[in-house]
Design a protein around this ligand. Sequence first.
Ligand SMILES: [Zn+2]
Length: 309
Amino acid sequence: MKVKVIPVLEDNYMYLVIEEHTREAVAVDVAVPKRLLEIVGREGVSLTTVLTTHHHWDHARGNVELARLWPGLAVLGADERICALTRRLTHGEELRFGAIHVRCLLTPGHTSGHMSYFLWEDECPDPPALFSGDALSVAGCGPRLEGTAQQMYRSLAKTLGILPPETKVFCGHEHTLANLEFAQKVEPCNDHVRAKLSWAKRGVRAQVHRQGGPGRGPGGTLQRAGELRARGRTAAATGPGSPGTAVGAPEHPPTEVSPVWTRRGARWHIPPPPTLRQSGPCPGGCPALETSTLVLPGSGRVGLLSGPV
Ligand SMILES: [Zn+2]
């Protein structure tokens, strides 16, 4: 499985996932269709499907034009508000593109019809990949615009939090640096945040150096499409998107998906479920730790920033 990372708009990521045996390709969150088709042409792949995480303009606005330019395209998502939708997906549904499996995971909170996509490939040593849209980012998540806090907690902790820790996260926006700077304000004594922030700043400096000028967004996204194998460094981030109305939003609550993820008959290690813990006073005297802290097992290992490389 090859993932093309395509920075678009202010700080969005669009993705092209390529099944390298059949050369079939699936796009995720098409905001700029002509840019996508340039890369499809350059790669010589057959684009069959668009997976849209949610209906917001910066994730779905290119669907109509792409469907016009590319007849026969399947445009899939969980929310009827998504432009040019050809079929509405349900939670837990599995799709197949050659050797690539896609498990559809409804992750309401940012929007009520937000779907994340968990991908893995048969007979391939690469770790699985999660396309998380605005549900999950590096060191943050999209704002809760629709639904309840309980739904959002469930999406992050119960649906995404149980994925294999080696999962690589490809999210919808590059907000890594801003998220980590905010996290450090909230928890100035948190060593994980401090280390991750310095890693993110090193990444931005490296990108600025490569570009010969300042990056665009807080995470310093690159101007050109990059390419990542699922085993490589991963993109992630997230952003606010634009608020929508609840018209046509799915009403079905997510049901449990089996927490046992298997590949080639071998079980993946599943971390213990995340917990919402009330933190006690910080030993370093940090008053901010009196607030609740969402603990996502494995998140330290999953984290990654990076625009395209
Ligand atoms: Zn959004």
